[in-house]
Design a protein around this ligand. Structure first.
Ligand SMILES: *[C@@H]1O[C@H](CO)[C@@H](O)[C@H](O)[C@H]1NC(C)=O
Ligand SMILES: *[C@@H]1O[C@H](CO)[C@@H](O)[C@H](O)[C@H]1NC(C)=O
Ligand SMILES: *[C@@H]1O[C@H](CO)[C@@H](O)[C@H](O)[C@H]1NC(C)=O
Ligand SMILES: *[C@@H]1O[C@H](CO)[C@@H](O)[C@H](O)[C@H]1NC(C)=O
Length: 476
């Protein structure tokens, strides 16, 4: 997308690329193998051995009703002033941790592999031969996003995150990744939408857990921090939290307002039912044109041309961007832009600080809403982090819905705060499920929506990089 990337920032970022095996990630236990002379066991010894063996195995595999449910938290990192939010997971045996973008707008897990020699420069890559539990399928994998593509082959291994483990999880190992899709220290992407849109055809990690009854409650939730308006923000800052199996009550106040998904499970799609700016109610579409994907992996908010034109018409002095800014709009920096959005329920306000993406010239600021032309089967609106930083968001599997709640003072206090950037943690495993879906891109699956509509994962790193560098004018 935008190609000029300040050198200083690139250097700044590459300093921190050595986050591979986190201190608190389990390192795997090596049991030395020693040959011993066999000695006949007594009946008592056999009895003890048999009992211990059974207990060990039932602790390991359990039966369904005895399997422990659990909850987990993964602390996030905010990269390049709200451009993206990543967490950490671990792959293989012994487990090695990787940073991945958490993306509710797609449904595949993939990481860069060691052969990704050009565009993955500097990111930690996955080495299949180092994991004793890795198996390859040799099936090709390819995924396209709004801002690039990744391809390679499909394999399977044990994936651990926030105290949960899925054995034999299918994921992509990508040797070809579009330039700019991964920014050090991020090695890949964890899709958190439904299997129906998985390019791999594999059951997503989160869905294997929820379907395997590993979670206390069938939901996951996000709280995302804001550093966009912080002139002193570093390239990596504390990003908030991602929870599985529960909502963290200290991060929101009042009720969570859940709205049923507008379509069968694919993306997390809600209907946009109200949009206001500067106190004016704008006309909103009905039917499929109102479908909005709630997408943690997209930085901004995109909508159809006609509605964007109408939206910016409410802001005196706003004008369509040109050149690299085509599809975007500028507006007078002196204007505080007030936006609210509703999805079948109450109006949620977007902070003026999130709307003001960056200052381009002395008087012109860049707005965070852009003109989006999606494919015929993709949702018309993409509601990304510009919106999601303003709410506590809950992605509920059953009944399928997305909920929003008011952020608590404790959550708001994390914006621009001096909280340490989390180190990679995967927690000690409390719940394990097995994912054994083949991941074969069957004929049926290639005809599924995934092929027609591509997932969304969009970030405009260059824009952010500049906005995070106090007062600089963006020259493109
Ligand atoms: C990158 O790797 C691929 C295959 O692994 C190889 O064909 C290609 O020549 C390599 N490119 C560079 C620039 O090393
Ligand atoms: C809930 O959020 C608070 C505030 O960030 C945090 O201190 C606490 O550890 C979180 N609880 C869990 C279980 O993640
Ligand atoms: C936007 O909202 C702020 C605070 O709610 C208010 O002070 C300001 O007048 C509003 N601006 C417009 C143009 O409505
Ligand atoms: C993992 O999944 C693959 C493909 O679905 C299957 O062939 C293989 O037997 C599974 N391995 C284990 C250990 O379950």
């Amino acid at each position: 997308m935008l190609s000029s990337f300040p050198l200083s920032l690139v250097l700044l970022l590459s300093v921190s690329h050595s986050v591979i095996a986190a201190p608190n990630a389990p390192q795997g236990q090596y049991v030395p193998l020693v040959r011993r002379t066999l000695r006949a066991r007594s009946v008592e010894e056999w009895g003890e051995w048999a009992k211990a063996h059974r207990e060990k195995l039932s602790a390991k595999y359990g039966d369904t009703e005895k399997r422990k449910r659990s909850t987990g938290t993964n602390l996030l990192t905010n990269q390049n002033s709200d451009s993206s939010f990543f967490g950490s997971l671990a792959i293989g045996t012994p487990p090695v941790s990787y940073n991945v973008i958490l993306d509710t707008g797609s449904a595949d897990l993939w990481v860069a592999d060691a052969n990704c020699n050009v565009t993955c420069n500097g990111v930690a890559t996955f080495n299949p031969t180092a994991s004793s539990t890795f198996s390859t399928t040799d099936l090709p994998f390819e995924i396209s996003y709004g801002s690039g593509r990744a391809s390679g082959t499909l394999g399977a291994d044990t994936i651990q995150m926030a105290g949960f483990s899925v054995s034999n999880q299918t994921f992509g190992i990508c040797d070809s990744v579009s330039d700019g899709l991964l920014t050090v220290p991020v090695s890949g992407l964890l899709g958190l939408a439904f299997k129906t849109i998985a390019s791999s055809g594999a059951t997503p990690f989160w869905q294997a857990l929820v379907a395997g009854d590993a979670w206390d409650s069938p939901l996951m939730a996000f709280q995302l921090t804001r550093f966009l308006d912080d002139q002193t923000a570093q390239s990596l800052e504390f990003g908030g939290s991602f929870t599985m199996g529960f909502v963290n009550n200290t991060l929101f106040t009042g009720d969570i307002e859940y709205v049923d998904l507008a379509t069968t499970a694919s993306y997390w799609i809600l209907p946009l039912t109200s949009l206001t700016t500067q106190g004016t109610n704008l006309e909103v579409p009905t039917g499929p044109e109102a479908y909005a994907a709630i997408d943690t992996g997209t930085t901004l908010v995109g909508g159809p041309t006609r509605y964007m034109t109408e939206f910016y018409a409410q802001i005196p002095g706003a004008a369509p961007g040109t050149g690299n800014f085509e599809g975007y709009y500028t507006y007078p920096c002196a204007t505080d832009v007030n936006v609210t959005m509703a999805f079948g329920g109450k109006n949620w306000a977007i902070s003026e600080a999130d709307f003001r993406l960056t200052q381009l010239t002395q008087n012109q600021c860049l707005g965070a809403f852009f003109d989006l032309q999606t494919g015929r089967s993709a949702p018309s609106w993409i509601v990304g982090d510009t919106f999601l930083k303003n709410v506590y968001s809950v992605f509920r599997y059953d009944p399928p819905s997305v909920g929003f709640a008011q952020l608590s003072d404790a959550a708001l206090a994390l914006n621009s705060a001096n909280t340490p950037v989390p180190s990679a943690t995967i927690g000690s495993v409390a719940a394990t499920v097995a994912a054994t879906s083949t991941g074969q891109p069957t004929a049926g699956n290639s005809a599924a929506p995934s092929r027609l509509a591509h997932p969304f994962m969009m970030s405009l790193v260059a824009v952010w990089a500049v906005s995070s560098m106090a007062g600089l004018v963006l020259l493109l």
